[in-house]
Design a protein around this ligand. Structure first.
Ligand code: TMP
Length: 214
């Protein structure tokens, strides 16, 4: 099983990915929890470049290609091998993020973006994608609070974007979900963490090896 978690900044997807990973492990599932960008050591370097507010002037095409470089490496060295070992792979963001951020919000050609997604992911598509949807105001407020609590120095390049950018990302995600109803589960991310975990876990329970549940 290949499961991805998506949503705007501050939607709570990383928290849920960690919680669900713990829950699945307790249920006896052998899994790998990873993320994009930054699921490999080189990918982490690429992540620093992408998120650094020093690189405010990174051209959109270069940004798109850096995400795809991170993905190609992640796919061949981490995701594919784990899936081949029958592990469940839980990934905090994947190619839908590229379509939403670089395609819908940055205005990169959607056909080119989709084609590059296919190439970089070597044709592998998630089995289930959880879209944690919430209003931009809610997400940004949470992201700022998280930064303050974790003593992160300031906002990253994406968090510094204006509300209209985040609205475009949110609407992009909702559009992608509408076009892929078999793969997407859209959840209302304004709910509390415990409730969200229950909803997500319930959606996965049917896929657990028989006899294994909560
Ligand atoms: P994160 O904060 O969820 O780890 O994601 C890092 C940032 O990278 C976030 O602002 C979303 C952005 N991003 C893209 O713009 N395109 C992508 O393909 C991915 C994976 C992330």
């Amino acid at each position: 099983m290949f499961i991805t978690f998506e949503g705007i900044e501050g939607c709570g997807k990383s928290t849920q990915a960690r919680r669900i990973a713990r829950r699945l492990e307790k249920a006896g599932v052998s899994l790998l929890l990873t993320r994009e960008p930054g699921g490999t050591p080189i990918g982490n370097d690429i992540r620093q470049i992408l998120l650094s507010s020093k690189n405010r002037d990174l051209p959109p095409l270069a940004e798109l290609l850096l995400y795809q470089a991170d993905r190609a490496l992640h796919m061949s060295s981490v995701i594919r091998p784990a899936l081949a070992e029958q592990k469940w792979v839980l990934c905090d963001r994947f190619f839908d993020a590229t379509t939403a951020y670089q395609g819908y919000a940055r205005g990169q050609d959607l056909h080119v973006t989709t084609r590059l997604n296919e190439i970089a992911s070597s044709g592998i598509t998630p089995d289930i994608t959880f879209l944690l949807d919430c209003p931009v105001t809610v997400g940004i407020k949470r992201a700022l609070k998280r930064n303050a609590e974790s003593e992160v120095m300031g906002q990253d390049r994406f968090e510094q974007e204006k509300t209209v950018f985040h609205e475009a990302v949110r609407n992009g995600y909702l559009d992608i979900a509408k076009k892929n109803p078999d793969r997407f589960v859209v959840v209302d991310a304004t709910q509390g963490e415990n409730r969200l975990e229950e909803i997500i876990f319930l959606a996965l329970e049917a896929h657990l090896p028989s006899g294994r549940s909560r």
